[in-house]
Write a protein that binds this ligand. Structure first.
Ligand code: DAK
Length: 266
């Protein structure tokens, strides 16, 4: 890596004035299909954590620059010389874990390829809006490795064991229509509409009461991690807790008064 390339930011962070509370984060290496090198992942996780501490940020949309890819995976050229000791000592991959802890909802706007770490990043988001020409896959097997940032776990939960095995063991991709049918993505739209559709979805989330949004996001995520009994208990505690919020009083009063609620996030 040259000093110049190290200095150039790998992501763009743009609050959207036309979409209050929404911030657009763009992976910005279109010349390599937004391959996720360590610098990109470092900037991305730092930005997400910083946005997560800003109360005015209600929803984040993550997309890829250019018209070919969301992200074509980890940067193979950077990763090629790695040894287990290097990977373990540098612990650069720990950054991926930090994305899971972001409390603000994340929407992935996927145009084109979402492969390997790119597919894993999309799946780490809370919702995925895909272009009709999007491709999802975990091609690591073709490189002599396997998914390492959640692919074997999240793809299996999303697609079921047989289909996930097929993709992971052959390196095949699936297209947007199949991804929609199987629940990997929540919407498929025309390529040129992808970002607008993701921003519109983010707008709707951003307009909701933030405490309830966070509690609901946490609870849905627990559905992947806990037994049904523990998940239901977690949900119920969050539900009770929201009755201590001003927003619950306001939301229900506004319904009764037939007016629009004003959320305080308190
Ligand atoms: N890394 C580096 N460069 C990449 C890249 C990648 N993943 N993907 C594409 N590029 C670069 C190409 O090298 C090319 O650069 P130049 O040759 O022009 O300098 C440029 O982007 C355009 O790509 P192509 O010329 O290849 O374009 P094509 O249309 O012919 O093909 C493609 C598009 C997406 C089918 C092809 O680029 C491709 O197969 N790319 C690699 C996809 C892949 O194998 N991805 C998986 C990488 S492994 C972990 C965290 C993450 C991971 C693992 C562990 N932990 C937390 C433990 C993730 C691992 C991976 O993602």
């Amino acid at each position: 890596m040259t000093p110049d390339s190290a200095a150039k930011p790998r992501i763009k962070v743009e609050p959207q004035s036309a979409h209050p509370g929404v911030v657009l984060v763009t992976l910005d290496r279109p010349e390599v299909l937004n391959a996720l090198d360590y610098q990109t992942m470092g900037e991305l996780t730092d930005a997400l954590e910083s946005l997560d501490t800003d109360e005015s940020v209600r929803c984040i949309v993550i997309t890829g620059a250019g018209d070919r890819a969301f992200a074509a995976g980890a940067d193979i050229k950077e990763m090629a010389p790695a040894t287990p000791v290097m990977l373990s000592v540098a612990n650069n991959f720990a950054r991926w874990e930090r994305i899971r802890r972001v409390r603000v909802p994340l929407v992935a706007a996927v145009r084109g390829f979402a492969l390997g770490g790119g597919c894993e990043l999309a799946m780490a988001c809370d919702m995925v809006v895909a272009s009709d020409d999007a491709q999802f896959g975990q091609p690591e097997i073709k490189l002599g490795i396997m998914p390492g940032a959640g692919g074997t776990q999240r793809l299996t939960r999303a697609l079921g064991k047989a289909k996930a095995m097929e993709l992971i063991l052959t390196g095949r991709n699936i297209g947007a229509a199949e991804a929609l049918e199987r629940g990997l993505v929540s919407q498929v739209v025309a390529r040129e509409e992808t970002l607008n559709a993701a921003l519109a979805l983010a707008d709707e989330v951003a307009a909701m009461p933030p405490l309830a949004v966070r509690a609901a996001k946490e609870s849905v995520n627990r559905a992947y991690e806990l037994s049904l009994e523990a998940g239901l208990e977690f949900e119920r505690r969050n539900f009770f807790m929201l009755f201590a919020s001003d927003d619950q009083k306001e939301g229900m009063a506004a319904f009764v008064d037939k007016r629009k609620p004003t959320w305080k996030g308190r």
